[in-house]
Design a protein around this ligand. Sequence first.
Ligand SMILES: *Cc1c(COP(=O)(O)O)cnc(C)c1O
Length: 353
Amino acid sequence: MKKHNFSAGPCVLPKSVMEQAAAAVLNFDDGLSLLEISHRSKPFVDVMENARSLALELLGLEGKGYKALFLQGGASTQFLMVALNLLEKRAGYLNTGTWADKAIKEAKIYDDIYEIGSSKSANYNYIPKGYDIPEDYDYFHCTSNNTIFGTQMKSFPNSPIPMVCDMSSDIFSRQLDFSKFDLIYAGAQKNMGPAGTTLVVIKEDILGKVSRKIPSMMNYKEHISKGSMFNTPPVFAVYVSMLTLEWLKNLGGIKAIEKENEKKARLIYSEIDLNPLFKGYSVKEDRSIMNATFTLENENLKETFESMVKEAGINGINGHRSVGGYRASMYNALSLDSVKALVEVMSELESKA
Ligand SMILES: *Cc1c(COP(=O)(O)O)cnc(C)c1O
């Protein structure tokens, strides 16, 4: 039976990418596996260079002073790397979810952090708006999509200071003016590839302004000067990310996938709104097109619903423990048919109840 994978991360990847990745594990170059050749060999250096330039190309950032890096340690390591490289006196953070809160906690180790806005007291069911970004801060940090709560920033401020954004769960999913951002980071496993690498896109001229000494592995400049090969990169994760970026480019890039993502989101949210058995978690205007969070109005239907879900081959829709209910993660590689399958189960539940 066809599986419908709504996993929040690691998540669904395109089947063609899986097939190419599997083949490369067996034979990538002249009978050797991708996993057993030198990362300094020409075939792998080409992979890294291709992945880096595809990332910039898809974001429309080529020739604009940006560099792309594929690092390790997940987005969680970026929480502290951002602070180490950019924080001199004070930075402003928008606290829109668990991940933003963790980013704040790590940055606080180094210096003063000010929460410019927060929706923590409402358990993050909306995005704060109407905040001011002080001009004398070092940078402003925000999270474009709140994976756990299903909220998404629909617009971004014109920041007078460098703007840093954790785009782990919606990078390459919608068109934005990416040149508004000075540093973008994203763990690969949500919308780009397997776990093990993190894409960091940096405007080079924001670096080199802090007085502290930065350990080499934590230093963006070091990674840039070594072409994202300061040490052995996660070869498999970078390769699969490259394949996914190629897949996206062949589909027509972000513009094309955004249309699909909007169709998927419209379908699920209209079911959530029209079906009296369900209610959405986040406020309507801030709803994420990547992660739709919802609950059952009547908990007595839980068992029936979940067994129907299972029967339909639907996987990974349990909500995060801090929200409860359900979360349908609809990343780029999830097909509209999978969302249709879920919506059918939801309406079938209604006709049964
Ligand atoms: C998953 C996630 C993270 C954490 O990513 P890791 O790669 O596991 O460290 C950070 N931010 C957001 C928005 C996420 O969705």
